[in-house]
Write a protein that binds this ligand. Structure first.
Ligand code: IMP
Length: 198
């Protein structure tokens, strides 16, 4: 099956590719020469995932590709911090404003939580999947806490600040396989794989 992931984020494509069985060929937007930015205008993580999947499905119906695409999916994720009323959530990528910048976002998060001892948080991913008339949604959540300072160099985004429950290391200190096996995106992708192999 040729499965198109509505993303050009190389980190994410690598993470997801590693979780798929060999009979699923994962393609990214660069494989179909799609270079536009899909505006993420919804006010929820679920809404943005749906919006991106529907946009690409519609695009493919109007612009047939050389490679036959059987199904598409899009994901949207965010970090939700309880003491911040579950912010930044859907606004995680641009928490510190435009242009999006991981280091600035991490600095802002630490500043917002400066005197806060209640530091529990969760990462959430929603995957929206479309194959013809079949529309599905898969959610992955991992709970954890926010560290007092950035630690580690692996990964991206808020990885240096997120300590998953049951671990002492931040996501950025964990190796690729370990993060991938427990992460929000990993959980959502495993649900998608289970669905596809039904
Ligand atoms: P996206 O919708 O998956 O692109 O995620 C939005 C934002 O959430 C990203 O720009 C990151 O700041 C953050 N984020 C999502 N997933 C992760 C992750 O696995 N590690 C760290 N940050 C993440």
């Amino acid at each position: 099956m040729n499965l198109l992931f509505a993303s050009s984020n190389k980190n994410k494509i690598k993470e997801i590719q590693a979780l798929l069985p060999a009979n699923i060929i994962l393609l990214g937007l660069s494989d179909i020469n799609f270079t536009q930015d899909i505006a993420e205008t919804a006010s929820t993580i679920e809404g943005n995932a749906k919006l991106k999947a529907e946009f690409i499905w519609d695009y493919l119906s109007k612009h047939p590709t050389e490679i036959k695409i059987d199904a598409v999916f899009a994901d949207d994720s965010g970090l939700e911090v309880e003491a911040l009323n579950w912010a930044p959530g859907v606004y995680s990528a641009r928490y510190a404003g435009e242009p999006k910048n991981d280091e600035a976002n991490n600095k802002k998060l630490l500043a917002e939580l400066k005197l806060q001892t209640k530091r529990n948080a969760q990462f959430k991913t929603v995957i929206a999947f479309i194959k013809q008339n079949d529309h599905q949604e898969f959610t992955g959540i991992i709970k954890g806490t926010i560290a007092y300072e950035p630690r580690g160099t692996n990964g991206f985004g808020y990885d240096p600040l997120f300590i998953p429950q049951g671990y002492r290391s931040t996501f950025a200190e964990l190796d690729f396989e370990t993060k991938n096996s427990i992460s929000h995106r990993g959980i959502a992708v495993k649900k998608l794989v289970e669905y596809l192999s039904l």
